[in-house]
Design a binder for this molecule. Sequence first.
Ligand code: MN
Length: 207
Amino acid sequence: MNLVEPGRFYVLPQLRFGYEALAPFMSEEQLRIHHSKHHQAYVNGANSILQRLDKARKENLELDIKSTLKELSFNIGGHLLHSLFWGNLAPPGEGGGRPGGVLGDYIEREFGSFERFQREFSQASMSVEGSGWGALTLCRQTGRPIIMQIEKHNVNVYPMFRILMVLDVFEHAYYIDYKNDRAKFVDAFWKIVNWEEVNKRLEEALK
Ligand code: MN
């Protein structure tokens, strides 16, 4: 047997930029709390459930499997989506504008124009019921980029689709900067989206 043995627990990833780097579209305080408190809470949540599972198995204890797995899905989803989110953001100037490369071509072919894609993605993000995410994915069976509207961190997820880009629309993502104005935050996202990274993810997914 060759079981892979990394740390066996989740770790909060470092950001590739400073907490102040996305201002004024995402303030230092907003990003700091979001990354160091909210994202960290999902990492801790997932790890503590894994530890609970380890203990129950070792001591042969009873577990409420249904609620444990539901909670695990939410926390792992939260951790992985946040990790993707930080990666598809970039400081204003570096980020924003329009996608080029293969990504630009795929968007054009599927949506007709970048503007049309942007409108659909914004609407998907705006209309998430409660807390969740807007996501751009690639379906490898059809070769289509498809928008996915995730509720919480784990509902409405298409299995096996590659996630290319996500936008967090939990209120915790924007309440410091925009109060309850999700639309304003969605507009700001377009100024700090890292198209280069999204294009790279698409190229990886197409391999
Ligand atoms: Mn979040």
